[in-house]
Structure formats: C-alpha cells, structure tokens
Design a protein around this ligand. Sequence first.
Ligand code: ADP
Length: 223
Amino acid sequence: MGKLIVFEGTDGSGKSTQFELLAKRLEAESIAFQRLRFPQYEEPSSALIRMYLGGAFGDDPEAVNAYAASTFYAVDRYASYQRVWKDYYQDGGLVVSDRYTTSNAVHQGSKVPEAERAEFFRWLYDLEYDRMGLPRPDLVVLLDMPVEVSEQLMRKREQSTGTHADIHERDEAYLEKCRAVARQAAEYYGWKRVSCVQSGTLRSVEEIHEEVFSIVRTCLKGE
Ligand code: ADP
C-alpha cells in the first residue's frame, strides 16, 4: 500500500494554498505523488453534492442531516478511488488530497449534537474505510484558522475570482461551529493541527508551509 496525506480545514483556511506549496516542494525534492481534490465538482459522481450545496434540498445546511449528506460525499470519493487512484496507491504511490472523508467529520459532524458526535465520528470512518474500502489517511493536516480571518480571506478571494460562496461558506455561525468540531475531530482521530494564527496575527503562507512540510517529511520517513 502507498501513503495518503490529506489537507483539512474549514472553508478559506488555506487548504488550496498549502496544497500547491506542498506540491511544488515535493516536485522540487523529486518525490513522486498523485494529486486529488474533493469534492470532484466536474464529475458525475458529485451530482448530489452539487444539488445539496446549490440549495436543492433547502438553503440551510441543516436541511440535510449529517448521515445523508455524508453519503453524498462518500460516493464521490468511492468513484474517484475505483476509477483514478486505486492502482497507483496499491502499488505503493504517494497520494496527496485537498479534503477527504475528514471533511465530512468537520462539515457534517457540526450538525450532530455534541453528545452524539463521537458516535458520528465512529460511524463515518467505519462507513468509508471499513465498509466502502477507501484507504485510511496516514496523515491529516488540519489548518486551524479563526473564522473571522478565513471569512475576510474568502471575501477577497470571491472578489478576485468572481466566484460566489455556497450555502456552507455563506453561513458564519455554521463555519464557527465547524471550526470547533474540526478541533474536536483532530483530537478524536489524531490529526496534526497547524495553527495559522500566532499571537492574534495571521502567519505567512511560507511559515505555515515550513511547519506542514516538516510534518509531511516525518510521515514519509514512516516515523
Ligand atoms: P481553502 O482552500 O481552504 O478554501 P484557500 O487556500 O483558497 O483556502 O485560501 C483562501 C484565501 O486566503 C486565498 O485567497 C489565499 O490566497 C488566502 N490565504 C490563505 N492562507 C493565507 C495566509 N496564511 N496569509 C494570507 N493569505 C492567505
């Protein structure tokens, strides 16, 4: 089996940015890897996700319960694994993914009452890894960014790219809850949490990258 490294974090926490920096670094160090990004919006396997995020089942993320919504995302990963990266991974390849099952823990886990969250976390990993047969990540890096900072970054990104926020990204209270749940999931599953803010100030993308890369290097050495 190969290795699977995942970037996780709430919307606008810098996943794409850190993913690109890590990709460049791995290329510079001649470490071969395959890139993945979930959801796969351009693939038919994401049809239910697109309906959900577009508000087809209601504008409020809570309109679709955590278990139902999680299955929309799980089948998208299943399709990708079977069709795109299974052989590469099983032959020992390194796979780096921007989001994974871990995003269900963060975004759907926030809909589950606190007292039932551990049960949801157990159900989720059982569904995707034990039952559906998707690979378990060797390393999950959680980019931990305060919501007020990521909100500002997302608004800037929308202005520069002309894109619009989806039902998750528009809802600040929901994002706030997701951040707390992400920290809880990191504890529960043993993810590596990287703090994007230090003494109230946003750290530079390069500084965050150096911390991320040292964690990745340790994982690749098998330590
Ligand atoms: P995500 O993929 O998690 O939604 P992005 O990587 O797209 O987040 O980051 C959101 C925006 O914030 C982007 O415009 C990105 O350039 C910017 N950004 C991310 N991290 C930092 C940082 N540490 N300092 C300044 N800007 C950042």
